[in-house]
Each structure stands twice: as C-alpha cells, then as structure tokens.
Design a protein around this ligand. Structure first.
Ligand SMILES: NC(=O)c1ccc[n+]([C@@H]2O[C@H](COP(=O)([O-])OP(=O)(O)OC[C@H]3O[C@@H](n4cnc5c(N)ncnc54)[C@H](O)[C@@H]3O)[C@@H](O)[C@H]2O)c1
Length: 250
C-alpha cells in the first residue's frame, strides 16, 4: 500500500464526461481509480491520467455488480491508502419508449443507471466515514427534470433513473452528513461519443434553445464536478446543479 495525498474513483471513466472528470481531478493532484467496461479506451485514458504525474488505477468492471463494487473499493483503498471522492458517472442509454421496452431492457438499464450508483456509494461510504470525510458527486441529467428532448438518445426509462439519482443524492446527503457531502450535476446537451450523432442531427435546434449558444463539452461538466469534489470550505450538500448552457432556465 502506498499513501497518496488524495484519491478519487470515477466510474465510466474510459471516455466522455467520466474521462474529463478523471483528468480534471488528476490535474488537481488526485490519485484516480478509473472504472469502466471498455478495456482498450480505459487503458488510453489511464495513460493520460498517469501522464499528469499521479497514480492511476484501471479497473475493468461492471458498476451493476454489487459485490464487485465492494471488492474493487477494498482494492482501491489498499492501493491508495485513502478514499476522498467518488464520481458516479457510468450510465447506458435507453432509447425505447413505453410501448416498446421489455422488462429485461428496463431491468438492465436500472441495474447500471440507478443501482450502479447505489453499489458504489454503499461501497465507499464506510471508508469515507472512517476516514473522517468524503465527497460523492452523482452525474444525473437535465432529463430528470424535463423528460427526454427531441435530440435525446434516451427516453423515459433513462429519465426515470436519472430522477431517482436526484432522490438518492438528497437522501444520502442527509444520511451521510456531516462527514460526507453528496451532490448531483445534471448535464444538458454535451457532445460525447454517445451523443454526437443525435445532437448533430438537431444541431441548429439545440443551439437555438441554448442561451450560451453552443453545445456543452465534457470539460464543462468536469469543472463543476472538480469544484464539488474539492471546494473548501464546503457548505453544500444534497444540491443539484444544472450545467446546460441555460437551456432549461425556468
Ligand atoms: N452526453 C450528454 O449529453 C449527457 C447528458 C446528460 C447526462 N449525461 C450523463 O453523463 C454521464 C456520462 O455520459 P457520456 O455522454 O460521457 O457517456 P459515454 O457513453 O460517452 O460514456 C459512458 C462511459 O460509461 C461506461 N459504462 C457504461 N456502463 C457501464 C457499466 N455498467 N460499468 C462500467 N462502465 C460503464 C461506458 O463504457 C463509457 O465509457 C452519464 O451518466 C450520462 O447519463 C450525459
């Protein structure tokens, strides 16, 4: 076991928003454990994180695996000696509508998009409590408030899970206070590998509806996640921050 100054876990870190969060935390000196199913892309991101001069630990795992989360968190704690931040980010799209979706598809989506966040939060909480502090940042979506938009890859089941994450965030913020803060970030239309094609097809519409006049980037989300993970003093918990270029101002 080697002691590091601060450490973070980012799920779904191989690409997109998770990758940007892992890099943003590494730039602030965090040792980072990167969790993902995509072995090759994960290795490339791990190399980028390590290139910033911090320890980077790749873990190929499915966040839907409850026992796996506990095993991997024990391994991360053993390797880094401490655990300060969890970014729950791994999620899968669910494009089916209510009249089309099967029970198995609903269950598979919920297993990652909702239960995955529970699995990793439950696995890290005892260590953060013992360590005397911690930050959990949950990546939800503005579709938790609005439902899917014309350009969204996903439909109602995804929005349902993302709304569940907001409830989980508020409830865990109370349960884990005052030692651990739990906050959520809701991205709007962010251009990533997952969304490029569907956003591209509605590019003019998205830009028209976005006061800040551009698509979001993974870095637009990572900067807010890094703030929630590091700002000191910290007097926010159970909060939900929309990062959508103003597209859903109400
Ligand atoms: N891109 C957007 O416009 C947008 C908007 C709102 C919310 N979000 C949310 O932001 C987060 C990241 O989205 P993204 O666009 O970067 O997606 P992405 O598909 O580009 O990246 C997600 C990563 O998570 C990994 N992953 C998926 N299921 C996993 C599992 N079961 N176990 C481990 N890893 C798994 C994938 O392999 C992938 O590397 C998600 O929670 C998503 O719902 C994205």
């Amino acid at each position: 076991m080697s002691e590091v100054r601060r450490s973070a876990i980012v799920t779904g870190a191989a690409r997109g928003i998770g990758r940007a969060c892992a890099l943003a935390l590494a730039r602030q000196g965090f040792a980072v454990a990167l969790i993902d199913l995509r072995e090759e892309e994960l290795a490339a991101t791990v190399a980028e994180v390590a290139g910033l001069g911090v320890p980077a630990l790749p873990i190929v795992a499915d966040t839907a695996d409850h026992d796996g989360a506990k095993r991997h968190v024990a391994e991360i704690a053993q390797r880094f000696g401490r655990l300060d931040v969890l970014v729950n980010n791994a999620a899968v799209p669910q494009p089916r509508r209510i009249l089309e979706i099967t029970e198995a598809e609903w269950d598979a989506g919920m297993a990652v998009n909702l239960k995955g966040y529970f699995n990793w939060s439950q696995a890290v909480a005892p260590l953060m409590l013992q360590g005397g502090g911690g930050r959990i940042v949950n990546i939800s979506s503005v579709s938790a408030h609005t439902g899917p938009r014309i350009f969204s890859v996903s439909r109602f089941a995804y929005s349902t899970a993302k709304a569940g994450i907001l409830g989980m965030t508020r409830a865990l913020a109370r349960e884990l206070a005052p030692t651990i803060t739990v906050n959520a970030v809701c991205p709007g239309a962010i251009e990533t590998e997952r969304t490029r094609a569907s956003l591209g097809a509605h590019y003019d519409h998205v830009i028209r509806e976005t006061p800040l006049g551009r698509l979001g980037t993974p870095d637009d989300i990572a900067v807010v996640v890094a703030f929630l993970a590091t700002a000191t003093p910290m007097y926010m918990t159970g909060e939900v921050i929309d990062v959508d270029g103003g597209a859903n101002i109400n």
